[in-house]
Design a protein around this ligand. Structure first.
Ligand SMILES: [Zn+2]
Length: 327
């Protein structure tokens, strides 16, 4: 594994056609959950092989078994009910979960997927969880007296899952908080809840934060108790880096260098330029190039092409850095 500018991805990849088809067939009762699961395992294995072939350093399982990042957990935790359809962004609708009782984790939720994916490769695979604040913000709370109480209850189940992932061998555990800037006045709740999750972990911890007003939570977000912040940058023309001039960035940075909402493919030079922008603020051993966000809305082919640009850009910049080091 290269030692600097380790490349990775945010977590989700496009689902192959046979898996999309199987998910629809399950919804209509044409196949059973066992058959779907076999195809999810097949797709996971394909994505591990593709990531190795593309040359990524830190892998993900691709989330073939997930629909939505909150619903997946809500459907498997005690205390949640699945509510009616609400509109999220654009024309996307989803069933917003309802916290209707005391939240409990009846059994591990993602550990088997982590173990399976990690068994297929020598490279590290990240454990992938949704953070307690985002689970709260994307659900209705009908059970706990305050949002803080609900966030702390969710933090407890996320902590259990994170500690199980670590016991299963995860060296990197990512706890995503894309909703953290939804209500900047509540950021202390997100920080307190994350502390519950990460306080006993020795694994490297990461939190992905994407679309929204990052300036509204900076520099306060540096108090989020994780080792690495994983940020969309390409889509914002790297404007968030300007914030680091006023207040130094103190964590490792996973920097988004390709825009996942554009079909058009960035050039390697363009993506490499993004890495150079990040290097003005964060050393190469603490900078992790990757796509801005999850790739589940892209096709399999687009996902692979975007990842290839990330890997080639990192190689280019590594070579440039090596050439600069005096012999
Ligand atoms: Zn994202």
């Amino acid at each position: 594994m290269s030692e600097v500018l380790l490349t990775t991805t945010v977590g989700s990849f496009g689902k192959p056609d046979y898996l999309q088809k199987a998910r629809n067939q399950l919804a209509r009762g044409r196949i059973g959950p066992g058959e779907l699961r076999e195809l999810e395992r097949k797709a996971t294995a394909e994505w591990i092989r593709i990531q190795e072939e593309v040359g990524l350093d830190i892998l993900v399982d691709g989330e073939m078994y997930r629909g939505d990042m909150v619903a997946f957990f809500a459907e498997r935790l005690d205390g949640f009910r699945i509510g009616g359809l609400v509109r999220s962004y654009g024309n996307r609708y989803y069933h917003k979960p309802i916290i209707a009782g005391k939240v409990r984790r009846p059994k591990p939720l993602t550990v088997e997927w982590f173990e399976y994916a990690q068994s297929l490769t020598q490279r590290p695979v990240k454990g992938m969880l949704t953070g307690p604040y985002t689970m709260l913000d994307w659900s209705f709370n009908e059970a706990y007296p305050t949002r803080r109480d609900a966030a702390l209850a969710l933090a407890e189940v996320v902590r259990q899952e994170a500690e199980d992932l670590e016991r299963a061998g995860a060296r990197y555990i990512q706890i995503d908080e894309p909703a953290i800037h939804a209500r900047p006045e509540e950021i202390d709740i997100a920080i307190e809840a994350m502390r519950v999750v990460t306080q006993n972990l020795r694994a490297r911890t990461i939190s992905h934060i994407c679309y929204g007003d990052f300036a509204a939570i900076y520099p306060k977000v540096l108090e989020l108790p994780v080792d690495q912040l994983d940020l969309a940058m390409a889509n914002y023309e790297y404007r968030w880096l300007g914030l680091f001039d006023q207040h130094p960035f103190t964590k490792e940075l996973a920097i988004g260098i390709v825009d996942v909402h554009r079909h058009a493919l960035e050039s390697v030079d363009e993506a490499a330029e993004g890495i150079h922008k990040g290097l003005r603020y964060v050393g190469a051993e603490r900078l992790y190039p990757h796509p801005d966000c999850g790739l589940k809305t892209r096709t399999v082919e687009e996902t692979i092409a975007k990842c290839r640009v990330v890997v080639e850009a990192a190689r280019k910049v590594r070579a440039e850095l090596a050439a600069k080091v005096p012999a």
